[in-house]
Write a protein that binds this ligand. Structure first.
Ligand code: ADP
Ligand code: ASP
Ligand code: MG
Length: 459
Protein backbone atom coordinates (compact mmCIF):
# COMPACT_ATOMS: atom_id res chain seq x y z
CA UNK A 1 0.00 0.00 0.00
CA UNK A 2 1.26 3.46 -0.86
CA UNK A 3 0.04 6.47 1.07
CA UNK A 4 0.50 10.21 0.93
CA UNK A 5 0.84 11.62 4.44
CA UNK A 6 0.24 15.32 4.95
CA UNK A 7 1.37 16.84 8.23
CA UNK A 8 -0.15 20.21 9.17
CA UNK A 9 1.59 23.06 10.97
CA UNK A 10 1.02 21.79 14.51
CA UNK A 11 2.32 18.35 13.45
CA UNK A 12 5.71 19.90 12.55
CA UNK A 13 5.62 22.76 15.08
CA UNK A 14 8.74 21.86 17.09
CA UNK A 15 11.33 19.08 17.59
CA UNK A 16 8.85 16.91 19.56
CA UNK A 17 6.26 17.14 16.81
CA UNK A 18 8.91 16.24 14.21
CA UNK A 19 9.91 13.24 16.34
CA UNK A 20 6.28 12.09 16.33
CA UNK A 21 6.16 12.57 12.54
CA UNK A 22 9.28 10.44 12.17
CA UNK A 23 7.76 7.69 14.31
CA UNK A 24 4.61 7.71 12.15
CA UNK A 25 6.59 7.64 8.90
CA UNK A 26 8.88 4.90 10.23
CA UNK A 27 5.90 2.70 11.05
CA UNK A 28 4.86 2.89 7.39
CA UNK A 29 8.32 2.46 5.89
CA UNK A 30 9.47 -1.13 5.53
CA UNK A 31 13.13 -1.29 6.45
CA UNK A 32 13.96 -4.73 5.20
CA UNK A 33 12.39 -4.34 1.80
CA UNK A 34 13.98 -5.60 -1.37
CA UNK A 35 15.26 -3.09 -3.88
CA UNK A 36 12.05 -2.73 -5.92
CA UNK A 37 9.17 -2.83 -3.47
CA UNK A 38 9.17 0.89 -2.86
CA UNK A 39 6.08 1.55 -0.80
CA UNK A 40 7.50 4.18 1.49
CA UNK A 41 5.02 7.02 2.06
CA UNK A 42 5.11 10.33 0.23
CA UNK A 43 5.23 13.10 2.83
CA UNK A 44 3.74 16.57 2.34
CA UNK A 45 4.35 19.13 5.08
CA UNK A 46 2.98 22.54 6.01
CA UNK A 47 5.08 25.36 7.35
CA UNK A 48 5.82 25.12 11.09
CA UNK A 49 2.78 26.22 13.15
CA UNK A 50 2.00 29.96 12.87
CA UNK A 51 4.81 30.61 10.36
CA UNK A 52 2.47 31.42 7.48
CA UNK A 53 0.60 33.91 9.69
CA UNK A 54 3.94 35.46 10.66
CA UNK A 55 4.93 35.76 6.98
CA UNK A 56 1.58 37.39 6.17
CA UNK A 57 2.35 39.91 8.94
CA UNK A 58 5.79 40.50 7.39
CA UNK A 59 4.07 41.34 4.08
CA UNK A 60 1.83 43.88 5.86
CA UNK A 61 4.90 45.50 7.54
CA UNK A 62 6.57 45.70 4.13
CA UNK A 63 3.48 47.36 2.65
CA UNK A 64 3.58 49.93 5.44
CA UNK A 65 7.27 50.58 4.76
CA UNK A 66 8.24 49.21 8.21
CA UNK A 67 11.66 48.02 7.04
CA UNK A 68 13.11 47.39 10.51
CA UNK A 69 10.04 45.66 12.00
CA UNK A 70 9.84 43.35 8.98
CA UNK A 71 13.55 42.53 9.27
CA UNK A 72 13.18 41.83 12.99
CA UNK A 73 10.26 39.48 12.41
CA UNK A 74 12.29 37.60 9.79
CA UNK A 75 15.28 37.28 12.12
CA UNK A 76 13.00 35.76 14.77
CA UNK A 77 11.64 33.30 12.20
CA UNK A 78 15.15 32.39 11.08
CA UNK A 79 16.16 31.75 14.70
CA UNK A 80 13.16 29.53 15.29
CA UNK A 81 13.91 27.46 12.18
CA UNK A 82 17.59 27.16 13.04
CA UNK A 83 16.74 25.97 16.55
CA UNK A 84 14.39 23.30 15.22
CA UNK A 85 16.80 22.29 12.41
CA UNK A 86 19.65 21.92 14.88
CA UNK A 87 17.57 19.91 17.34
CA UNK A 88 16.34 17.32 14.83
CA UNK A 89 19.56 16.60 12.92
CA UNK A 90 23.13 15.45 13.52
CA UNK A 91 24.98 14.35 10.36
CA UNK A 92 22.82 16.45 8.03
CA UNK A 93 22.93 19.47 10.34
CA UNK A 94 25.48 21.63 8.60
CA UNK A 95 24.06 21.23 5.10
CA UNK A 96 20.53 21.80 6.45
CA UNK A 97 21.55 24.94 8.32
CA UNK A 98 23.25 26.22 5.17
CA UNK A 99 20.14 25.71 3.07
CA UNK A 100 17.80 27.24 5.70
CA UNK A 101 20.08 30.28 5.91
CA UNK A 102 20.20 30.55 2.13
CA UNK A 103 16.37 30.56 1.87
CA UNK A 104 16.16 33.26 4.56
CA UNK A 105 18.94 35.39 3.03
CA UNK A 106 16.99 35.53 -0.18
CA UNK A 107 13.75 36.23 1.70
CA UNK A 108 15.33 39.02 3.76
CA UNK A 109 16.55 40.81 0.60
CA UNK A 110 13.20 40.35 -1.10
CA UNK A 111 11.26 41.75 1.87
CA UNK A 112 13.70 44.65 2.19
CA UNK A 113 13.04 45.58 -1.44
CA UNK A 114 9.27 45.27 -0.95
CA UNK A 115 9.38 47.41 2.20
CA UNK A 116 11.36 50.13 0.41
CA UNK A 117 8.84 50.12 -2.41
CA UNK A 118 5.95 49.75 0.05
CA UNK A 119 4.25 47.43 -2.34
CA UNK A 120 3.46 43.74 -1.97
CA UNK A 121 1.68 42.32 -5.00
CA UNK A 122 -0.11 38.95 -4.71
CA UNK A 123 2.82 37.53 -6.69
CA UNK A 124 5.39 38.85 -4.20
CA UNK A 125 3.27 37.66 -1.29
CA UNK A 126 3.33 34.12 -2.71
CA UNK A 127 7.14 34.28 -2.94
CA UNK A 128 7.32 35.34 0.72
CA UNK A 129 4.81 32.77 2.05
CA UNK A 130 6.35 29.89 0.08
CA UNK A 131 9.49 30.07 2.22
CA UNK A 132 7.56 28.60 5.18
CA UNK A 133 6.92 25.32 3.36
CA UNK A 134 10.31 25.30 1.61
CA UNK A 135 12.21 25.33 4.89
CA UNK A 136 9.87 23.06 6.87
CA UNK A 137 10.08 20.39 4.16
CA UNK A 138 13.88 20.62 4.04
CA UNK A 139 14.03 20.22 7.82
CA UNK A 140 11.76 17.16 7.80
CA UNK A 141 13.65 15.52 4.91
CA UNK A 142 17.00 16.02 6.63
CA UNK A 143 15.66 14.73 9.96
CA UNK A 144 14.38 11.54 8.27
CA UNK A 145 17.72 10.94 6.55
CA UNK A 146 19.52 11.38 9.88
CA UNK A 147 17.34 8.69 11.48
CA UNK A 148 18.39 6.30 8.73
CA UNK A 149 15.19 6.48 6.69
CA UNK A 150 16.05 6.80 3.00
CA UNK A 151 14.42 10.11 2.08
CA UNK A 152 14.73 12.85 -0.46
CA UNK A 153 13.55 16.45 -0.57
CA UNK A 154 11.82 17.45 -3.78
CA UNK A 155 11.02 21.09 -4.53
CA UNK A 156 7.20 21.13 -4.73
CA UNK A 157 7.44 24.07 -7.13
CA UNK A 158 8.99 21.72 -9.66
CA UNK A 159 6.02 19.36 -9.32
CA UNK A 160 2.82 21.38 -8.82
CA UNK A 161 2.10 23.39 -11.95
CA UNK A 162 -0.61 26.00 -11.43
CA UNK A 163 -2.25 28.93 -13.18
CA UNK A 164 -1.09 32.45 -12.30
CA UNK A 165 -3.97 33.27 -9.91
CA UNK A 166 -1.58 34.28 -7.15
CA UNK A 167 -2.64 33.54 -3.53
CA UNK A 168 -5.34 31.14 -4.80
CA UNK A 169 -3.75 29.28 -7.70
CA UNK A 170 -5.45 26.29 -9.32
CA UNK A 171 -3.45 23.24 -10.38
CA UNK A 172 -2.95 22.17 -13.97
CA UNK A 173 -3.53 18.48 -13.31
CA UNK A 174 -2.14 17.20 -16.61
CA UNK A 175 1.16 19.09 -16.31
CA UNK A 176 1.41 18.32 -12.57
CA UNK A 177 0.85 14.61 -13.04
CA UNK A 178 3.51 14.51 -15.76
CA UNK A 179 5.98 16.16 -13.39
CA UNK A 180 4.97 13.93 -10.48
CA UNK A 181 5.63 10.89 -12.63
CA UNK A 182 9.00 12.29 -13.69
CA UNK A 183 10.25 13.62 -10.35
CA UNK A 184 8.43 11.84 -7.54
CA UNK A 185 7.61 8.37 -8.91
CA UNK A 186 11.24 7.27 -9.60
CA UNK A 187 12.38 8.22 -6.08
CA UNK A 188 9.37 6.48 -4.62
CA UNK A 189 10.01 3.39 -6.75
CA UNK A 190 13.56 3.35 -5.41
CA UNK A 191 12.11 3.05 -1.90
CA UNK A 192 12.77 6.57 -0.72
CA UNK A 193 10.40 8.74 1.32
CA UNK A 194 9.77 11.79 -0.88
CA UNK A 195 9.25 14.97 1.18
CA UNK A 196 7.50 17.94 -0.43
CA UNK A 197 6.31 21.26 0.94
CA UNK A 198 2.54 21.64 0.68
CA UNK A 199 0.66 24.81 -0.35
CA UNK A 200 3.19 25.91 -3.00
CA UNK A 201 3.59 25.47 -6.74
CA UNK A 202 4.71 27.44 -9.73
CA UNK A 203 3.33 28.60 -13.03
CA UNK A 204 4.41 26.87 -16.24
CA UNK A 205 7.05 29.58 -16.60
CA UNK A 206 8.39 28.97 -13.08
CA UNK A 207 6.92 31.81 -10.98
CA UNK A 208 6.15 30.71 -7.40
CA UNK A 209 2.44 30.44 -6.51
CA UNK A 210 0.36 29.27 -3.53
CA UNK A 211 -2.92 27.36 -3.46
CA UNK A 212 -4.58 29.53 -0.80
CA UNK A 213 -4.55 29.27 2.99
CA UNK A 214 -4.78 25.74 4.29
CA UNK A 215 -3.73 24.50 0.85
CA UNK A 216 -1.29 21.78 1.96
CA UNK A 217 -4.19 19.31 2.23
CA UNK A 218 -4.96 20.08 -1.41
CA UNK A 219 -1.30 19.57 -2.42
CA UNK A 220 -1.33 16.13 -0.79
CA UNK A 221 -4.51 15.15 -2.62
CA UNK A 222 -3.18 16.42 -5.95
CA UNK A 223 0.08 14.47 -5.65
CA UNK A 224 -1.79 11.41 -4.36
CA UNK A 225 -4.21 11.48 -7.29
CA UNK A 226 -1.37 11.89 -9.82
CA UNK A 227 0.47 8.88 -8.43
CA UNK A 228 -2.68 6.79 -7.86
CA UNK A 229 -1.90 6.13 -4.19
CA UNK A 230 -4.09 3.88 -2.05
CA UNK A 231 -4.87 6.46 0.65
CA UNK A 232 -4.43 10.18 1.33
CA UNK A 233 -3.77 10.77 5.03
CA UNK A 234 -4.24 14.17 6.65
CA UNK A 235 -2.33 14.18 9.96
CA UNK A 236 -3.48 17.02 12.21
CA UNK A 237 -4.17 18.06 15.82
CA UNK A 238 -7.66 16.58 16.28
CA UNK A 239 -8.91 12.98 16.16
CA UNK A 240 -10.58 13.40 12.79
CA UNK A 241 -13.65 15.12 11.39
CA UNK A 242 -15.72 16.07 14.41
CA UNK A 243 -19.47 16.58 14.63
CA UNK A 244 -18.82 20.34 15.03
CA UNK A 245 -15.96 22.83 15.17
CA UNK A 246 -14.36 22.23 18.60
CA UNK A 247 -13.78 25.97 18.92
CA UNK A 248 -17.56 26.51 18.85
CA UNK A 249 -19.05 23.39 20.48
CA UNK A 250 -17.21 22.20 23.57
CA UNK A 251 -17.34 18.39 23.20
CA UNK A 252 -17.96 17.41 19.62
CA UNK A 253 -17.84 13.70 18.73
CA UNK A 254 -15.69 11.92 16.20
CA UNK A 255 -17.30 11.11 12.84
CA UNK A 256 -15.70 7.75 12.02
CA UNK A 257 -16.88 7.64 8.40
CA UNK A 258 -18.34 10.05 5.92
CA UNK A 259 -18.82 10.39 2.18
CA UNK A 260 -16.75 12.52 -0.18
CA UNK A 261 -19.82 14.67 -0.81
CA UNK A 262 -20.45 15.24 2.91
CA UNK A 263 -16.78 16.06 3.53
CA UNK A 264 -16.79 18.58 0.67
CA UNK A 265 -19.85 20.35 2.04
CA UNK A 266 -18.41 20.47 5.56
CA UNK A 267 -15.04 21.74 4.34
CA UNK A 268 -16.67 24.36 2.14
CA UNK A 269 -18.83 25.61 5.01
CA UNK A 270 -16.02 25.98 7.51
CA UNK A 271 -14.69 22.63 8.78
CA UNK A 272 -11.12 23.90 8.69
CA UNK A 273 -9.66 20.43 9.23
CA UNK A 274 -9.87 19.94 5.45
CA UNK A 275 -9.14 22.49 2.72
CA UNK A 276 -12.35 22.68 0.63
CA UNK A 277 -10.65 21.48 -2.58
CA UNK A 278 -8.95 18.44 -1.03
CA UNK A 279 -11.71 16.05 -1.92
CA UNK A 280 -11.81 16.86 -5.66
CA UNK A 281 -8.68 14.94 -6.73
CA UNK A 282 -9.60 12.09 -4.36
CA UNK A 283 -13.08 11.77 -5.90
CA UNK A 284 -11.62 11.83 -9.37
CA UNK A 285 -9.44 8.79 -8.66
CA UNK A 286 -11.69 7.33 -5.93
CA UNK A 287 -8.91 7.43 -3.32
CA UNK A 288 -9.97 7.22 0.34
CA UNK A 289 -8.97 10.18 2.53
CA UNK A 290 -8.22 9.57 6.21
CA UNK A 291 -7.93 12.28 8.86
CA UNK A 292 -5.65 11.29 11.76
CA UNK A 293 -4.28 12.81 14.96
CA UNK A 294 -0.47 13.00 14.93
CA UNK A 295 -0.44 13.04 18.75
CA UNK A 296 -2.55 9.86 18.89
CA UNK A 297 -1.50 7.84 15.86
CA UNK A 298 -3.14 4.69 17.22
CA UNK A 299 -6.62 6.24 16.90
CA UNK A 300 -8.58 5.16 13.80
CA UNK A 301 -9.45 8.74 12.76
CA UNK A 302 -12.06 9.51 10.10
CA UNK A 303 -12.29 7.63 6.84
CA UNK A 304 -13.77 9.49 3.88
CA UNK A 305 -14.90 7.38 0.92
CA UNK A 306 -17.42 7.52 -1.92
CA UNK A 307 -19.97 5.48 0.07
CA UNK A 308 -19.63 7.18 3.44
CA UNK A 309 -21.08 5.71 6.58
CA UNK A 310 -23.24 2.62 6.33
CA UNK A 311 -25.76 3.70 9.02
CA UNK A 312 -26.64 7.14 7.72
CA UNK A 313 -29.21 8.06 10.37
CA UNK A 314 -29.81 11.68 11.43
CA UNK A 315 -27.08 14.16 10.59
CA UNK A 316 -23.39 13.49 9.96
CA UNK A 317 -21.93 16.77 11.21
CA UNK A 318 -22.36 20.53 11.48
CA UNK A 319 -20.09 23.27 10.19
CA UNK A 320 -20.15 27.02 10.49
CA UNK A 321 -18.64 29.87 8.58
CA UNK A 322 -18.30 33.04 10.63
CA UNK A 323 -18.29 36.66 9.63
CA UNK A 324 -20.07 36.56 6.29
CA UNK A 325 -22.10 39.36 4.71
CA UNK A 326 -25.65 39.04 3.43
CA UNK A 327 -26.58 41.09 0.37
CA UNK A 328 -30.29 41.59 -0.33
CA UNK A 329 -31.13 42.55 -3.89
CA UNK A 330 -34.63 43.68 -4.81
CA UNK A 331 -35.50 44.23 -8.42
CA UNK A 332 -36.63 47.73 -9.20
CA UNK A 333 -38.65 46.33 -12.07
CA UNK A 334 -40.56 43.09 -12.15
CA UNK A 335 -38.53 40.67 -10.08
CA UNK A 336 -37.98 37.48 -11.95
CA UNK A 337 -38.05 39.41 -15.18
CA UNK A 338 -36.06 37.83 -17.91
CA UNK A 339 -32.34 38.40 -17.48
CA UNK A 340 -32.46 39.74 -13.92
CA UNK A 341 -30.59 36.85 -12.32
CA UNK A 342 -28.04 36.82 -15.11
CA UNK A 343 -27.29 40.51 -14.60
CA UNK A 344 -27.13 40.04 -10.86
CA UNK A 345 -24.61 37.22 -10.96
CA UNK A 346 -22.60 38.97 -13.67
CA UNK A 347 -21.84 41.70 -11.14
CA UNK A 348 -20.38 39.17 -8.67
CA UNK A 349 -18.50 37.54 -11.53
CA UNK A 350 -17.05 40.86 -12.69
CA UNK A 351 -15.60 41.48 -9.24
CA UNK A 352 -14.46 37.87 -8.90
CA UNK A 353 -16.42 37.31 -5.69
CA UNK A 354 -18.01 33.92 -5.09
CA UNK A 355 -21.37 33.66 -3.35
CA UNK A 356 -22.04 30.84 -0.89
CA UNK A 357 -25.77 30.69 -0.15
CA UNK A 358 -28.50 31.99 -2.45
CA UNK A 359 -32.19 32.26 -1.62
CA UNK A 360 -34.97 33.89 -3.58
CA UNK A 361 -38.37 35.18 -2.57
CA UNK A 362 -41.04 36.73 -4.67
CA UNK A 363 -39.50 40.16 -4.47
CA UNK A 364 -35.85 39.71 -3.74
CA UNK A 365 -32.74 37.61 -3.94
CA UNK A 366 -30.39 37.24 -0.98
CA UNK A 367 -26.85 35.95 -1.20
CA UNK A 368 -24.02 35.56 1.26
CA UNK A 369 -20.42 36.50 0.52
CA UNK A 370 -17.33 35.67 2.50
CA UNK A 371 -14.81 37.83 0.67
CA UNK A 372 -15.88 41.47 1.06
CA UNK A 373 -12.84 43.14 -0.51
CA UNK A 374 -14.87 44.25 -3.55
CA UNK A 375 -18.21 44.63 -1.77
CA UNK A 376 -18.53 48.36 -2.39
CA UNK A 377 -17.96 47.90 -6.11
CA UNK A 378 -20.48 45.05 -6.16
CA UNK A 379 -23.15 47.09 -4.37
CA UNK A 380 -22.55 49.97 -6.77
CA UNK A 381 -22.84 47.61 -9.76
CA UNK A 382 -26.09 46.10 -8.47
CA UNK A 383 -27.63 49.53 -7.80
CA UNK A 384 -27.83 50.14 -11.58
CA UNK A 385 -30.81 47.81 -11.74
CA UNK A 386 -31.88 46.93 -8.19
CA UNK A 387 -32.37 48.16 -4.67
CA UNK A 388 -29.58 46.79 -2.56
CA UNK A 389 -28.74 46.50 1.10
CA UNK A 390 -26.11 44.54 2.96
CA UNK A 391 -25.65 43.28 6.47
CA UNK A 392 -22.30 42.32 7.97
CA UNK A 393 -21.49 40.12 10.98
CA UNK A 394 -23.65 37.27 9.81
CA UNK A 395 -22.79 33.57 9.75
CA UNK A 396 -23.74 30.37 7.99
CA UNK A 397 -24.46 27.10 9.76
CA UNK A 398 -24.50 24.06 7.56
CA UNK A 399 -26.03 20.77 8.73
CA UNK A 400 -24.83 17.89 6.58
CA UNK A 401 -26.05 14.32 6.19
CA UNK A 402 -26.75 11.94 3.32
CA UNK A 403 -29.85 10.93 5.22
CA UNK A 404 -31.49 14.32 4.75
CA UNK A 405 -32.57 13.04 1.37
CA UNK A 406 -34.67 10.20 2.67
CA UNK A 407 -35.86 11.49 6.03
CA UNK A 408 -37.79 14.76 5.90
CA UNK A 409 -38.13 14.69 9.70
CA UNK A 410 -34.47 15.75 10.05
CA UNK A 411 -35.23 19.16 8.58
CA UNK A 412 -38.15 19.68 10.96
CA UNK A 413 -36.06 18.57 13.93
CA UNK A 414 -33.32 21.03 13.00
CA UNK A 415 -35.67 23.98 12.69
CA UNK A 416 -37.43 23.05 15.94
CA UNK A 417 -34.11 22.71 17.77
CA UNK A 418 -33.22 26.25 16.77
CA UNK A 419 -36.35 27.38 18.58
CA UNK A 420 -36.24 31.15 18.91
CA UNK A 421 -32.83 31.80 17.39
CA UNK A 422 -33.66 34.35 14.68
CA UNK A 423 -32.89 32.95 11.23
CA UNK A 424 -32.20 35.25 8.34
CA UNK A 425 -32.21 32.69 5.49
CA UNK A 426 -32.81 28.96 5.30
CA UNK A 427 -31.99 26.85 2.31
CA UNK A 428 -31.83 23.21 1.39
CA UNK A 429 -29.55 22.36 -1.50
CA UNK A 430 -30.83 20.41 -4.50
CA UNK A 431 -28.55 17.56 -3.50
CA UNK A 432 -30.60 17.55 -0.28
CA UNK A 433 -27.45 16.64 1.56
CA UNK A 434 -27.35 19.85 3.55
CA UNK A 435 -29.47 22.49 5.18
CA UNK A 436 -27.95 25.93 5.53
CA UNK A 437 -29.07 28.55 8.01
CA UNK A 438 -27.92 32.14 7.80
CA UNK A 439 -28.10 34.00 11.11
CA UNK A 440 -26.38 36.71 13.13
CA UNK A 441 -22.81 35.84 13.98
CA UNK A 442 -23.62 36.62 17.62
CA UNK A 443 -26.17 33.75 17.65
CA UNK A 444 -23.81 31.08 16.25
CA UNK A 445 -22.70 29.53 19.55
CA UNK A 446 -26.25 29.20 20.82
CA UNK A 447 -27.54 27.79 17.53
CA UNK A 448 -24.67 25.32 17.13
CA UNK A 449 -25.12 24.11 20.69
CA UNK A 450 -28.84 23.56 20.20
CA UNK A 451 -28.37 21.66 16.94
CA UNK A 452 -25.51 19.64 18.39
CA UNK A 453 -27.54 18.68 21.46
CA UNK A 454 -30.45 17.62 19.30
CA UNK A 455 -28.52 15.43 16.87
CA UNK A 456 -25.41 14.30 18.72
CA UNK A 457 -26.36 14.57 22.39
CA UNK A 458 -25.22 17.14 24.94
CA UNK A 459 -21.72 17.82 26.19
P1 ADP B 1 -3.46 21.69 10.20
O1 ADP B 1 -2.52 22.73 10.64
O2 ADP B 1 -3.12 20.32 10.66
O3 ADP B 1 -3.78 21.74 8.74
P2 ADP B 1 -5.92 23.09 10.77
O4 ADP B 1 -5.81 24.09 11.86
O5 ADP B 1 -5.92 23.59 9.37
O6 ADP B 1 -4.79 21.98 10.99
O7 ADP B 1 -7.23 22.19 10.96
C1 ADP B 1 -7.47 21.53 12.19
C2 ADP B 1 -8.42 22.37 13.05
O8 ADP B 1 -9.67 22.46 12.38
C3 ADP B 1 -8.77 21.76 14.37
O9 ADP B 1 -7.80 22.04 15.35
C4 ADP B 1 -10.12 22.38 14.68
O10 ADP B 1 -10.01 23.49 15.54
C5 ADP B 1 -10.62 22.90 13.33
N1 ADP B 1 -11.95 22.37 12.97
C6 ADP B 1 -13.00 23.11 12.57
N2 ADP B 1 -14.06 22.35 12.31
C7 ADP B 1 -13.70 21.07 12.55
C8 ADP B 1 -14.39 19.80 12.48
N3 ADP B 1 -15.65 19.70 12.09
N4 ADP B 1 -13.67 18.70 12.80
C9 ADP B 1 -12.38 18.78 13.19
N5 ADP B 1 -11.70 19.95 13.29
C10 ADP B 1 -12.34 21.09 12.97
N1 ASP C 1 0.97 26.91 5.75
C1 ASP C 1 -0.21 27.20 4.93
C2 ASP C 1 -1.24 27.91 5.78
O1 ASP C 1 -1.03 28.08 6.99
C3 ASP C 1 -0.77 26.02 4.26
C4 ASP C 1 -1.26 24.91 5.16
O2 ASP C 1 -0.83 24.83 6.31
O3 ASP C 1 -2.08 24.10 4.72
O4 ASP C 1 -2.24 28.31 5.26
MG1 MG D 1 -5.06 22.92 7.57
Amino acid sequence: MTVVMKFGGTSVADPDAIDRLIAIVTRETPRDRGPRIGNAPIVVVSALAKVTDALVAVCRYAEDGEVEIAAQALRALLDRHLTVATAVTTDSRSSLVTSVRAEFDELISLVHALAVLREVSPRSQDAVLAVGELVSSRIVAAALVDRGIPSVWVDARAVLVTDAEHTAAAPDMIATCERARARVAPEHAAGRVVVLGGFIGSTASGVTTTLGRGGSDYSAAIVGACLGVDEIQIWTDVNGMLTADPRVVSHPRLVPRLSFAEASELAFFGAKVLHPSTILPAVHKNIPVRILNSRRPENPGTLITAEGRPDAAGLTALACKRDVTVVDITSTRMLMAHGFLRRLFEVFERFRTPVDVVTTSEVSVSVTVDDTRRLDDILEGLRHFAEVSSEREMAIICAVGENLRSDPAVFARAVTALDRVPLRLVSQAASRRNITFVLRDADVSEAMMRLHDEFFGGD
